[in-house]
Write a protein that binds this ligand. Structure first.
Ligand code: NDP
Length: 282
């Protein structure tokens, strides 16, 4: 598997497997199938409520721990954030059945995320989180976090897909040494992604599916991707993107699909800030 080197020297696979909206009962089978297909990066979160099932699949796989790259995410915490972050991390670790996390992310840029970050810096120093990063951080908040803390986040996981390409954000992240990671690479199929004429034509040219074109397009832009599928055939298809390359014309054509906005919601929308900030995990 092709990897990228994060800003602290850690190697991260460029393609992994996401388990958002996969129920706890379905997750163990899905992760077991994904690991069998060859995925080595698994992306979960405390908020997905399926960490224990991810952990069960990992334990049963027999794959050596150092061949896996496990990401989980910290949800919004009440004060005191530093103490609550340490507790939440221990809880994730216990559910996953692991003694370290490869990448620990602040899930949302809300609440006392400075306190969360200080706790995560400590976890990183202790080697319990090999890399730490953020998710859904607009560029301005990210820069402020960087300017006022010791460790520069290794990753910012943000919605990135053909309709929301994040070109300007990506430039800023690159300049700061922060790896961009796409969530929702297929925009969950919104906006007719899987039947898009332009993507279909590029796929036909290469003998590949729309999904494969989208993943390949992002990998060639140095974006880490974590597609989700509960279907073993589609899992295998999404992994099979390393035997072809999009040419400059293909890349330029995909660039024209950018609509410059989210297919879901804007993390700077005051109503969404209120809604997400109010949510607490059971
Ligand atoms: P995706 O953009 O990965 O889309 C998933 C959907 O696409 C599913 O309905 C899946 O159906 C379908 N699909 C997958 N592969 C194919 C294929 N080859 N052909 C046709 N359909 C396909 O959505 P996600 O929101 O799940 O994003 C991916 C991951 O990103 C998440 O699982 C999660 O780990 C992360 N994420 C992080 C967020 C954050 O706030 N940090 C927010 C959202 C996601 P099926 O399963 O039936 O194959």
């Amino acid at each position: 598997m092709q990897t990228v080197t994060l800003n602290n020297g850690i190697e991260m696979p460029v393609l992994g497997f996401g388990v958002f909206q996969v129920g706890p009962e379905e997750t163990e089978a899905a992760v077991t199938a994904a690991l069998a297909a060859g995925y080595r990066l698994i992306d979960t979160a405390a908020a997905y409520q399926n960490e224990a099932a991810v952990g069960a699949a990992i334990a049963k796989s027999g794959i050596p721990r150092d061949e896996l790259f496990v990401t989980t995410k910290l949800w919004v915490q009440d004060a005191p954030a530093e103490q609550n972050t340490a507790t939440a991390f221990d809880d994730s670790l216990r559910k996953l059945g692991l003694d370290y996390i490869d990448l620990y992310l602040i899930h949302q840029p809300f609440g006392d995320y400075y306190g969360q970050w200080r706790a995560m810096e400590k976890l990183n120093a202790e080697g319990r989180a090999r890399a730490i990063g953020v998710s859904n951080f607009p560029a301005d908040r990210l820069i402020d976090l960087i300017l006022n803390n010791e460790i520069v986040p290794a990753v910012n996981q943000i919605e990135t897909n053909p309709f929301h390409q994040r070109v300007a954000d990506h430039e800023i992240l690159k300049a700061e040494g922060v790896q961009i990671e796409s969530w929702g690479p297929f925009a969950e199929g919104k906006n007719g992604l899987f039947t898009n004429d332009l993507l279909t034509a590029i796929g036909d040219k290469h003998g590949k599916s729309v999904a494969q074109v989208v993943l390949r397009w992002m990998i060639q832009r140095e974006v880490v991707v974590i597609p989700k599928s509960v279907n073993p055939e589609r899992m295998a298809q999404n992994l099979d993107v390393f035997d072809f390359a999009l040419d400059a014309d293909d890349m330029a054509q995909v660039a024209t699909l950018d609509e410059g906005g989210s297919q879901f919601f804007d993390h700077r929308d005051p109503e969404m800030v209120r809604w997400l900030s109010a949510r607490r995990l059971a």
